[in-house]
Design a protein around this ligand. Structure first.
Ligand code: GRF
Length: 228
């Protein structure tokens, strides 16, 4: 199967702006990113596209999916990135799952773990092994419309049913609850009067594709500042 880069433009979110100084100081320091995804991986693709266009000083060093059919794995392979199918079922037990996950992430020496459409709660051992180094993208304006049960199209259905005038996307740090940690970045989109959940999903997803690379850039800046 071949993958084409997704369209990540035209959302009105300003592109990440690395000034000359930022480039000079960070050119030797590329953030090592591990991505976890379960589905089609368009957010992964947006990160890869931003990196290849020179707009994000990072490398995706490993992509992990609990779903062997995930397009995210295919996108990683196409780009020459290590792609690992790893699930509790494959591991055989929760303990072995955690051990394997930690081993994959540590071997890849990740600075940041990005949950980009990862449909599982990350085990607490993994969360505590990477304190403040795991982020997630959610297709709504948290803390609204987040938590157990708010995933996929259900999020957009709930937003419309509640009569919201605005929705959007949120990138937040991951803790031991679904969609719960501190917010890193958010971007709004309007909810239009006759929107279907599918139309709203498309509008939000376009914003996600801008927001996630921007949030990684913001994380990187703070990460390298802390290391100084
Ligand atoms: C996105 O809407 C993201 O916010 C949510 O899952 C979806 C993943 O989409 N957590 P994709 O696999 O990146 O296309």
């Amino acid at each position: 199967m071949s993958c084409t880069p997704s369209d990540t433009g035209g959302t009105g979110v300003p592109p990440v702006n690395h000034g000359p100084e930022a480039h000079a100081t960070s050119s030797a320091r590329r953030l090592r990113v591990g991505v976890l995804a379960s589905g089609s991986g368009t957010n992964l693709q947006a990160i890869l596209d931003r990196i290849s266009s020179g707009g994000l000083n990072a490398d995706v060093v490993v992509v992990i999916s609990n779903n062997s059919d995930s397009l995210a794995l295919e996108r990683a392979r196409t780009t020459g990135i290590e792609a690992v199918h790893w699930s509790e079922k494959k591991a055989g037990s929760p303990g072995q799952f955690v051990e394997g996950m930690l081993s994959i992430l540590r071997t890849a020496r990740v600075d940041l773990v990005v949950l980009a459409g990862y449909m599982k709660l990350l085990p607490k051992e993994v969360v505590s092994a990477f304190p403040g180094q795991i982020i997630n993208i959610h297709p709504a304006l948290l803390p609204k419309f987040g938590g157990p049960g708010f995933y996929g199209m259900r999020v957009h259905e709930a937003v419309i049913a509640a009569g919201e005038k605005e929705s959007g996307a949120t990138v937040h740090f991951v803790d031991n609850e679904y969609d719960h940690g501190a917010i890193l970045m958010q971007q709004t989109v309007p909810v239009l009067r006759h929107d279907t959940p599918e139309q709203l999903r498309e509008r939000v997803l376009a914003v996600e594709h801008e927001l996630l690379p921007a949030a990684i850039a913001k994380f990187a800046q703070e990460f390298w500042n802390r290391k100084r």
